[in-house]
Design a protein around this ligand. Sequence first.
Ligand code: HEC
Length: 403
Amino acid sequence: MTLFSRALRGLTASLALFLLPFAAAAQSGPTEQIERINGAAVAPQPLRTDNAVLLIGTDFGLMRAGPDGMASVLPDIKLAVTGLAGDINRAGRIFLSGVDAQSRPAPLMLSEDGGASWLPVSATPLAVRSLSVMPGNPDALAAVAGGIVTSRDGGKTWAAIPNSPEKVFSVARSSLSENDLYAATMGGLLLSGDGGESWRPAHESDKPATAVTVLPGGKVLAYIFGVGLVGAQEPELEWQVLEDGFADRYILSLAADPLDPDTIYAIMDTAAIMMSRNGGRDWISYEGSDKFTPERLARGEQLFEGTCAACHGAKGVGEAPGNPEARDEFGFKAPALNDDMHAWHHSDAALKATISQGSPRNPRMVAFSERMPEEDIEAIIVYLKSLWSLRSLACQGARHGRC
Ligand code: HEC
């Protein structure tokens, strides 16, 4: 429970808004170093290259994050991004909200071309987070600006709803009507059927709900702390737990690919990006997802069990796992590479470097770049990551310091 209560304190902190240290200096770098992501949208062509490319809103501006674990700033948007969301109805239509270097809100921005160019759309400056576009009606928007605000004209004008719940993390327009709204709040997932006049629980749990989104066809996804990622179909809302492996970590925003709404990205509280290709049932980390195929996973397992398990143990349990005192002639043992030790403190790139170059302090861990092609080392990393819990994946690399 202590882990949960610590994470809950972090949860309250993530409600604090717009104190963003805008630092355009960092132009590109590994995604593991980004401490906070304030929204995500899937970019179509031409920004999309080999694989899906994600736009992420950060304190440093709008960034393009690739499945190779690298991110770079798109220099046109000179704002700290507080909210970013794609229109699920139309690929490439993306809304962005942000504040300038003096923390002054800018007008809401809209791109119709996947983030290549942007135009202001709101009549007045407005900084919001958790932007949401109604499935089936691209003019009906909702967002959080302290309380919940909505727009009926594609973001030109906005009004506060009559009765906003307190401590709202995330808001989503329902697919049913313009009057239906979900709010993920500290007090649970709530639903209004009257444009925000009154609210009732949408899910039986009163634990904090941290993210909610509605997909075309009325599929609702929400993250409920301590319950997991839940999904249900409108209007019945018979909830199913899709994934409860994130443990004390939580999803802060969800973004689906308009070209394939079963491909869903989750932005974690640790700023890790997770990815599901089957509507939220199975998750991998976006970092390295370009390498993830069932064939590579099988190949990685075969290589690991054939080459590495002699020292690191079957399924990466480590050398002599039952004997903590055991040491080799150099004073080490081959560490566990599953969840038991700290293999997940390393990014994919760091793992690749160790496996390729070997250990400078232990000649038993040889440089495998001389013994196997790069592709095989990458397949082994795919396999190693499959041994980790989702919590560890959400805390991988530099993020482990925030877990
Ligand atoms: C002959 C024994 C041996 C074999 C075979 C071996 N390793 Fe290692 N490995 C070690 C030892 C010992 C260490 C600890 C090195 C150190 O502490 O400096 C290590 C360290 C590592 C680490 C760093 C772990 C960490 O948490 O810092 C990784 C990753 C790793 N090995 C991966 C592999 C992979 C992948 C293979 C197979 C391709 C492999 N090893 C094969 C002995 C071995």
